[in-house]
Design a protein around this ligand. Sequence first.
Ligand code: CTP
Length: 394
Amino acid sequence: MLAGRRIVLGVTGGIAAYKAVLLCRLLVDAGAHVVPVMTESAQKFVGRATFDALASEPVRTSIFDDPDPIPHTTLGQTADLVVIAPATARCIGSYASGISDDLLTAVLIATRAPVILCPAMHTEMWEHPAVQDNLDTLRSRGVLVVPAEEGRLAGGDSGSGRLAEPQRIFESIKEVLSFGDFREKKVLVTAGGTREAIDPVRYVGNRSTGKQGYAVAAAAAARGANVVLISTVDLPNPPGVEVVKVESATEMHQAVTQRNDADVIVMAAAVADFRPKGIADSKIKKDGGPPEVVLEQTVDILADLGARKQPGQIIVGFAAETDDLLANAKQKLERKKIDLIVANDVSAPEVGFAHETNEVTILETNGCATHIPLRTKRQIADELLNKVLGLLGN
Ligand code: CTP
């Protein structure tokens, strides 16, 4: 996601400037092209040689001592994102007031790229209404503020105002840059376990709660996709997602078939493999003794999609297993002629049905297997979408 993305890293004068070095490292290691811009006072805390050595380009410090006659507009126009860490009260105030009193504030005013501000200052300054009002103004203009945290401050004090940890800022950058990478893509997701009626009251079902499918739908919508979610469960509709409710495998098959022109189809639903043969019209009464429920096979929706795969379409299946996880998943990937399969061991703790977390291995047709350790279902969803994006690009 960050590979080749051009990020202007603005560093202003605070003791937390040393943490910007770690952020720079994280960004460069992730493949980003980092252009550092330091204010004069930032250079009193960290030497420019440190950023010169770590970043993708030498440090820029001034509008006038730059080989480019208009460095602020060039930097502003070419940036995919501008992040200021740490951002002092002065920098925040200048930006909120539209005053460009150095190269960095000039870049901020000259850019149309997303901007992330990471304030850091002493508690008294952080809590000052002028600073908070300026941050509110900037937020209302679409700037993302990664709030300062509580902890040790310069001079042995402790309180609020500490720069957020570099890893946290890094995650925010990834989130902002990922927004929109599924723009104009149609994504179809299924979620939940199907219910196969025995009679008007009873059904054969499974333990799926639909949480992973909802997380995929929410993540795809947040990244700009046009998402339809075919669901058997009653979870809150993810923002911007069209939800179609179904109950049985047959209904899900119909709903999917009507929309099988999507660019990406993610079959996260736990579709019943068998359904009662013939549904009783009225409730089966106990007096007649235990009924014999004869089962018949349902259609394999994923295999059907795989057989009719459209050019360029990416189809993703899930494999919830209790034994021989990878071998079973690989076999399903091949048999159903799909592009990716997400394998999870539902017998492991905190994994699979009903949990908020999941641990999966994503298998590709080229034999590549990516293990994702225990993460929230939303994080798993984003990792999966990153893989899909790579395949869509090809
Ligand atoms: N699937 C489907 N239609 C079915 C059964 C499964 O579309 N009738 C899809 C699921 O949504 C999932 C994938 O196939 O994406 C794998 O489902 P799973 O139940 O693990 O595999 P099965 O093919 O049913 O094999 P088995 O039950 O023997 O493990």
